[in-house]
Ligand binder design. Sequence first.
Ligand SMILES: O=C(O)C(=O)Cc1ccccc1
Length: 388
Amino acid sequence: MAYTSSLNLPKHLLLPSPRRTRHRPSSFVPTAAAKVNGDAPERPAPNGKARINGQGKKGVNGHADRIHLSVSTGGGGQDGSGLRVAFQGAPGAYSEFAAKTALPGCDTVPCRAFADALAAVERGGADRAILPVESTMEGTALRNYDLLLRHGLVVVQEINLFVHYCLLAMPGVRAAEVRRVISHPMALAHCGRALARLGVDREPVEDTAGAVEMLRSKRMLDTAAIASPRAADLYGLQVLAHGLQDESWNVTRFLLLSRPPSPVAVALGVDADAKTSMVVAHRGGSMVVVLKVLSAFSSRNINLTKLEVINNEGAGSGPGERPPVVILDTSARGAPTLRAFPHVLYVDCEGAAHDPRVREAIQEMERFAVFVRVLGCYAADSTVYDLQ
Ligand SMILES: O=C(O)C(=O)Cc1ccccc1
């Protein structure tokens, strides 16, 4: 049986009010940052995006004050200027906004598929890739995690983005004329109930902005796209409906990836409010392994921010069945090798990978797991940024 279970991002309780303001320009010129809950901002958001939350929380070292994207970007300026960030999709995709939120000064490089974005970094055609890995509505994006594990890139930054979905159509098209809606599969899934109410056909395409571009270039008059209000501005489409997502709280977590060695991990002091992401490949057998993993962290008073249990034992290639997870094992000496595992845990913990307690927890897991691969160590940032 294949199953997953997850403990994901904490849901922060400041719900955004639905907003209908159209925002221009679609460029990324910084404006004054504001907290959505009306308080004065403690600190400006890196590129003028509104912060929805961002309260300090205590990390593994008990420090309440978090480092906000202030660690070295490992090349280019502090704001990422001089860095090329590869993302999946056309200009105006959510991933591009996430990249520009993380590194406001960066140049973004559109790619057809997420795999192309990762390959661009490996080849040296880009300095970073950005990958959505989980959302509050659907949990871990397993296919993107699979991609992350097959490549040897390291996580250098996390970014949480509040995702507003709009229904966009060619100018003059009325909602009643729409027969079909196209978008990224995640966007279609997040708006499932709204689309059922509209009684339209759904068609997945590569990305949200690509859907908008397609509408525009083919002048489709019976089709709408789900995308951001900024994509509407960018491509000159009209917004038929705002806030299409089935749940008002819709946050996607993105990871920024770089070639190893990590350009940021060394800059993070042991005292910094950091996070370490890792994958634990094990032989399975029972849930006792999960308890042992929990014990390795809890006995050292280390908090986990993510625990995803993958058990693809016996899964074949039937519909809905998942094959074993393929992981590039970089833990052994010698050349990294791809290895397939049915039993895998995805773990994020608070603390830097070089924090002695985190190091000991990893060493303890290595005694009963086949291997542990640290995917990256980066500044913790639980701030949720708003696009608008
Ligand atoms: O298609 C896009 O715009 C993307 O960047 C992927 C995506 C889709 C939906 C939510 C977050 C990211």
